[in-house]
Write a protein that binds this ligand. Structure first.
Ligand SMILES: [Zn+2]
Ligand SMILES: [Zn+2]
Length: 412
């Protein structure tokens, strides 16, 4: 018999010890997944970066963000106008998405990071498991970095039309993005769970056991503790346990089908409508790419083509392929399947670039009688495609890739 403490969340491999000290890293020996990566000062780094991020976020809202001028006319916008211009055009859902993914969730996440780390310094009795669960749940939905790239793409699109100026808030937003990314890297949830819930309870398993599923165990998605299969709530953190059975792909397939349905109007209707000297020029996603290519903006044409055409299509194909091959259950495919799953998870949110480009252009390009940009119907469908493919990828549990096949279960 041997003692194990935890399991890899991506390949289900049993791990003898899951304790990680400051300044070190724990990587799964089978699939290479980083289980924990603790900063050398795991309490003070997150506090310093999160505090900088909150200040920079406040400054992002305080001063003019950008200006747009042509023939003596100038429009100056504040950051909040990226959302309020969409509300004025009756695109409430996209405005709400921007507000949530660029301000509300990042702010909630940063304040929680500050609260949790400061409480760990002084009095951890103030903390509940819910604080860590929320930190984990909202992480994929913050899109600050994607928006910054969206602004840069929007700038290249309109550079030929007029002069663009940067306000103080633009630089505050750049600093906010950088310090926010540093905060994300410096916070290690695995380490926080050990600080809050104590060491992981050890389990005795047979020497030849490799994965949880093999010995009728499962592991908690939140705190990484091992639990007996069939338990509904984790013995360590009381979170609901998600069991990875093969019919789990039904959620994944349902979100995928919904995404494919929304992808049709996202391509048929215009993303935005640029009215230049009274003439309307609506453009679809592909129309926009072709136009950019014709005016020789090759890098931007490629960015939009990858973000809005290649990534969504390859993501939908990849998720469909993963669901299909997992039913076939061939262990020799596991490494390749996991690689595709990780790429799909990583690139998914970047498809939002085109929606953010539209939001920036609608707010910024507004010169009476000269040029004005209006959002198009496809923006809503396209944002829905991105959210649905993200939900689909999230509901795919990579542990099913490594599950023992039904035949070997029957023979064992
Ligand atoms: Zn692993
Ligand atoms: Zn747990």
């Amino acid at each position: 018999m041997k003692i194990v403490e935890s399991a890899c969340e991506e390949c289900d491999l049993l791990l003898p010890s899951a304790f990680v000290s400051s300044g070190s890293k724990l990587v799964c020996p089978r699939c290479g997944h980083t289980i924990s990566d603790v900063a050398s000062s795991p309490l003070s780094y997150p506090i310093a970066f999160a505090l900088t991020s909150v200040i920079m976020l406040a400054l992002t809202y305080a001063f003019p963000f950008m200006s747009f001028s042509s023939s003596g006319n100038t429009t100056t916008i504040y950051f909040y106008q990226a959302m309020s211009s969409l509300v004025a055009n009756d695109f409430l859902s996209i405005a709400a998405f921007l507000l949530i993914s660029l301000t509300l969730l990042p702010l909630l996440w940063l304040l929680l990071v500050l609260y949790v780390h400061i409480a760990l310094y002084f009095d951890k009795a103030q903390l509940s498991f819910w604080h860590l669960r929320i930190l984990q749940l909202i992480k994929p939905w913050m899109m600050v970095d994607v928006f910054l790239v969206g602004i840069l793409v929007a700038l290249v699109k309109i550079m030929s039309l007029a002069e663009v100026g940067f306000g103080l808030s633009f630089w505050a937003f750049v600093l906010f993005t950088l310090s926010f990314l540093k905060t994300l890297i410096s916070v290690d949830l695995h380490w926080l769970w050990i600080k809050l819930a104590g060491p992981l309870p050890p389990y005795e398993v047979p020497d030849n056991a490799h994965s949880c599923a093999q010995v009728k165990l499962t592991h908690c998605h939140f705190c990484n503790a091992i639990n007996p299969l069939g338990k509904h709530h984790c013995c360590r953190c009381q979170s609901k346990i998600v069991h990875h059975t093969r019919h789990k792909t039904t959620h994944c397939i349902a979100f995928l089908i919904a995404a494919i349905v929304f992808y049709v109007p996202a391509n048929l209707f215009p993303m935005m409508d640029m009215q230049f000297l009274g003439q309307s020029e609506p453009s679809t996603i592909m129309g926009g790419v072709i136009l950019l290519w014709q005016i020789k903006s090759y890098p931007v044409a490629l960015v939009i083509f990858f973000a809005s055409v290649m990534i969504p299509i390859s993501k939908m194909v990849a998720i469909g392929w993963l669901c299909y091959t997992c039913q076939r259950n061939r262990p020799e495919d596991a490494k390749q399947q996991l690689k595709i799953y990780r790429i799909t998870e990583l690139i998914g949110r970047w498809s939002m670039i085109d929606v953010f480009v539209v939001a920036v252009l609608v707010a910024l390009v507004h010169l009476e009688g000269l040029v004005t940009v209006y959002p198009g119907q496809a923006a809503v469908s396209f944002a829905a495609v991105v959210v649905l493919t993200m939900l689909s990828a999230m509901s795919f549990d990579p542990r099913i890739i490594w599950d023992p096949s039904p035949q070997s279960e029957q023979t064992s």
